[in-house]
Design a binder for this molecule. Structure first.
Ligand code: SF4
Length: 275
């Protein structure tokens, strides 16, 4: 899909009387989408969901971009529940019980929909090329659908965009990338994720954000059954608290080939989040 087609798609679906918001997570796809939406519509609102476990650098990047581009930013963040309290009560989220998505993304987005008088349209930067799971889902759902969990319409105008197209677009328009990619190899929307099992990532987190990392360790220690933070499937569990005793080097520096491989692995955490 070309840039022109994407711009026309955004204009076509946004022209039906609904309030329009762009879901901006700070990730590369939603960054491109925000830029495209500005070009297509002239003025847009961005919605950022602070999952309460977002990295501070990600929060700052989202604010800086919106300020620089003159975009009204709506930040949604649950204040009535704490992620780590819920972990201690329910156990760590895992592939079969992904309560984090519902509690910290769907609930605030549903409340947002209810705060609007009419229908709301979310522009979402999902791509089918991010994972085979997303491809399967959006081959059935299509580009435009009603999402019952957030009570709003969703348009995914970038379904056919590849990662290469995204990087070319960012480079061509000289758009800065979220610094979390360079520092942590992901967008930083959730610093803990049950889909991320890379010890290298958590080593990085432990050295750059020791206080945040210690929240994972504390939660592991609070598990009565000795459960670990990451469920690997087939009864296997990864305990991140063991990482502490492995004397992790203060500044883990990786060769660029490993960084690339890590970025690909870590990206999987977002691949199963659907809208
Ligand atoms: S990115 Fe991971 S931790 Fe965050 S909501 Fe999605 S599944 Fe949960």
């Amino acid at each position: 899909m070309s840039v022109t087609t994407t711009l026309k798609t955004i204009q076509k679906y946004s022209n039906n009387g609904m309030d329009v918001v762009v879901n901006f997570s700070g990730g590369r796809y939603s960054l491109v989408l925000l830029h495209l939406a500005l070009r297509a519509l002239g003025k847009v609102k961005a919605v950022y969901v602070d999952t309460t476990i977002s990295l501070p650098e990600c929060n700052e990047f989202v604010e800086e971009i919106c300020e620089a581009w003159g975009v009204e930013l709506i930040v949604l963040k649950r204040k009535d529940v704490d992620f780590w309290d819920l972990v201690k009560r329910r156990g760590f989220p895992h592939h079969r019980f992904r309560w984090c998505m519902k509690e910290f993304k769907s609930v605030p987005l549903r409340l947002l929909s209810q705060s609007f008088d009419g229908e709301l349209l979310h522009l979402v930067g999902t791509s089918k090329h991010e994972s085979s799971f997303r491809k399967k889902v959006y081959d059935i759902r299509g580009m435009y659908h009603y999402n019952y969990s957030i009570r709003a319409f969703c348009l995914h105008p970038m379904l056919e965009w590849t990662e290469n197209m995204v990087y070319k677009y960012l480079e061509y328009h000289n758009i800065p990338l979220n610094p979390c990619y360079e520092k942590y190899y992901n967008s930083g929307n959730c610093y803990y994720c049950p889909y991320v099992s890379s010890m290298l990532y958590y080593s990085k987190l432990a050295s750059l954000q020791p206080k945040l990392f210690s929240k994972i360790v504390d939660a592991e220690k609070a598990m009565r059954n000795g459960g670990g933070a990451i469920y690997l499937g087939r009864g296997k569990v990864l305990h991140l608290s063991k990482l502490v005793s492995l004397s992790v080097p203060k500044n883990v520096k990786l060769p660029s080939c490993e960084k690339k491989a890590m970025a690909k692995t870590l990206y999987t955490c977002q691949k199963r989040c659907l809208m």
